[in-house]
Design a protein around this ligand. Sequence first.
Ligand SMILES: Cc1cc2nc3c(=O)[nH]c(=O)nc-3n(C[C@H](O)[C@H](O)[C@H](O)COP(=O)(O)OP(=O)(O)OC[C@H]3O[C@@H](n4cnc5c(N)ncnc54)[C@H](O)[C@@H]3O)c2cc1C
Length: 407
Amino acid sequence: MHLDCDAAVVGAGPAGSRTARNLAAAGFRVRLFEEHRSVGVPSHCSGLISLRTLREAEIGEEAILHRITGAYVHTQSGAEVALGGGATRAVAIDRVAWDRALAEQAQHAGADLVRARVTGAERENGHVRLTTQTDGRTSTITARLIVGADGAHSRVARSLGLLGPRTKSYNLGIEGRMDVRRADFVHVFVGQGMAPGWFGWIIPTGEGGVRVGIGSTNGLKPVECYQRLVLAFPQLFAGIEPCRMYGGTIPLEFAPRSYADNVLLVGDAAGQVKPFSGGGIYTGLVGARHAAATAIEALQRDDVSAHNLRSYEKRWKREIGRELLRSLRFRRFGLALSEGEVERVVRALNAPGLQSLAERHADIDYPSRVLLRLARSAPALAMLGWVAVRRPRTTWDLVRAHLPFAV
Ligand SMILES: Cc1cc2nc3c(=O)[nH]c(=O)nc-3n(C[C@H](O)[C@H](O)[C@H](O)COP(=O)(O)OP(=O)(O)OC[C@H]3O[C@@H](n4cnc5c(N)ncnc54)[C@H](O)[C@@H]3O)c2cc1C
């Protein structure tokens, strides 16, 4: 039977474009669907990534807007620590240009970029039929395989019976201008009264530009979180000139399953996001590499059954699953701490020994590595013991995630 394409990739974000690019480069007929008129617009992201992410995306350093070497961490009650300050730890990118560059890579490899919203998908005689809409016109197309790279509210997942990630944070992002204390430092704000279950941030983007964000996981409106943040740190936010505001959802756990018959989920749709920071560009690209490799093998064998696609989940989890799980446990542990305990942790990080540990091992893609080292330090062990007595379950959960046999 003639099908319109081998693979329909839904969503031209980083994960979708990268998957489409690799599939097309292997010679498959790929359609990449994007609902927005212009790829990457509007952006819902602060665009802070590691240098490793540039390499994963095969995009050069010309994408860098600004370099970040460290972070100020603030608690709502006023404790503060400055971490880093040496080498480049992260870079701010132009997220619109980034998404366009990745979509162009996919097109150069031979993928067909189609401006259409996918409104539904169903299985039919061993393949998938997608319904799409463009400017009110409805069409259908058939594919052997569909890749859901359609973000945190994945319609592909819902249409084909897969569950998306459960825990999410709801955020407000602001692009604007303001004076910052140090242009190479981000600010991170923690406090349950201000950003319940989540945190706030300021990312300098160079020449006075900033990206500010904050959110919560408990239903407190992001705009309310922002008001509380400004109220708590009036001296930092005095003089902010917002230029653009946007909302955005961040999945904080991976989906229970990222594959089924004829379908793979990748990026935010699969919850391939760092639960400690909400960063999902790097992890989505890693997911895309494995999604494409699995899809290529399955299409070559002409077997896109769930049984044959299940290796995808094993592959991406082998590379980043442990990190995501460990970070998730650190996050849960952090959430279980009282405001006073968080403040003590932040103050303790000012100790020179811990500062140099953080400086040596900080890695925004693998935060659990530095957290684990910090957690093994004497002050942290004392605190862990103290918290363990009061909250044994959360502590055991954290410790268990770091045992060699943990997933
Ligand atoms: C406020 C905020 C700040 C963030 N900051 C950072 C950061 O600094 N660093 C970082 O690494 N990550 C950050 N993230 C997370 C990051 O933006 C995501 O993890 C990343 O964009 C996920 O990529 P993706 O390709 O999976 O999905 P997306 O980038 O969400 O792309 C999905 C694409 O699918 C399209 N689409 C959706 N539904 C359909 C449909 N039905 N039909 C056709 N097209 C569809 C969308 O238009 C979109 O283009 C942030 C997120 C938020 C909300």
